[in-house]
Design a protein around this ligand. Sequence first.
Ligand SMILES: Cc1ncc(COP(=O)(O)O)c(C=O)c1O
Length: 417
Amino acid sequence: MGEPVSRPPLPFLPYGRQDVDQADIDAVTAVLRGDWLTQGPTVEAFERALCERTGADHAVSCANGTAALHLATLALGLGPGDAVVVPSVTFLATANAARYVGAEVAFADVDPETGLMGPEQAEAAMERAARAGWRVRALAPVHFAGQTADMAGLGTLAARHGLAVIEDACHAIGSVDVTPDGPPLPVGSGAFGTLTAFSFHPVKTIAAGEGGAVTTNDAELAARLRRFRNHGMEREPAEFEDHGAAFATDGTANPWYYEMAEPGFNYRLTDIHSALALSQLARLECFVERRRHLMDLYAERLAPLAPLVRPAARVPWCRPAWHLCAVRIDFAAAGRTRAQVMADLRARGIGSQVHYIPVHRQPYWQKRCGRLSLPGADAHYARTLSLPLYPAMADSDVDRVVGALAETLGLPSCNPP
Ligand SMILES: Cc1ncc(COP(=O)(O)O)c(C=O)c1O
């Protein structure tokens, strides 16, 4: 008998991961060899590049996506008695950003097929908020998995009620809204949102390590974002209130002088992180194309597994930069729990994740808001599973994932054509 053939194990496929190349490493190294490690020229270069990419007038970088959302609620001056409408299918941070400034959260339901909040769901949340005696000041739609919420519809609703719109685009750098007659509108352009928040966490479409940004077309809001990002410090003489302290007798501004009108935070992004983000931004189109290709391949390969497994429904108004491959699985009909499926996939070297446990189900929010009935969010949660999606995946990796999923669910494995 011959020796058993031992094959090297296949590499583990996480549900998401960064793609760092030599140009990214060189960009970071160049900063490390330079004079500025934080808030130097690379931060400014990244902010300019983000304006060019999104079409926004202003981009204010910050420490992470959570800080971006917090800065947005601070800049809008939200506080106790105010409320923000937040879809329940999101990461904790979207809702927390309202609480950081003392505002309440009116949780909205979502479409169970896409995970997106639409105008009807937002309006129902506004009515609930009004009954609770809260003053709704903002909508915070989340562009789940890279698909945008119906911004035309939500924008109309916001305009009708005089609300600000904070777009949580932490999943959606590179996504584009398409309108029937108008030009394509990159997420963050400010065409719909008063403020748009981005995250550059490593599982997102571009990575900074940790990083975030807010874009806006409102110069005053941009100035407030910058001030809150840096302790509330004001260095612009035109903004000084205490003229006696700020200016010398000849009217020139004292060079050491700064003022604080309201306390802020240290939410600054560093030049090191900006160097990585800037280099990655230059590769955004390649990332987006590859992610779209992989998602199309998933749709094709998953088709024979219907109706037990279905790719997320696609919305007509968006050309998405897919962040997640969140598929819908009828675990009950398959006779497997989600935990079993995840464990089986892991045993086959495949990572998966659940996006998200509806935020209104968190103990903190149940104590604060009572037990809300949001059936769309619950139905989304019951069936969602995020499969591996990142640019370095090979086409054959999609076959491997779909084959493993089929086996796990007891379905006949489908061979690629
Ligand atoms: C929808 C959404 N909002 C906000 C955040 C917070 O971003 P960060 O992790 O950069 O703070 C995330 C990150 O996971 C997210 O997915």
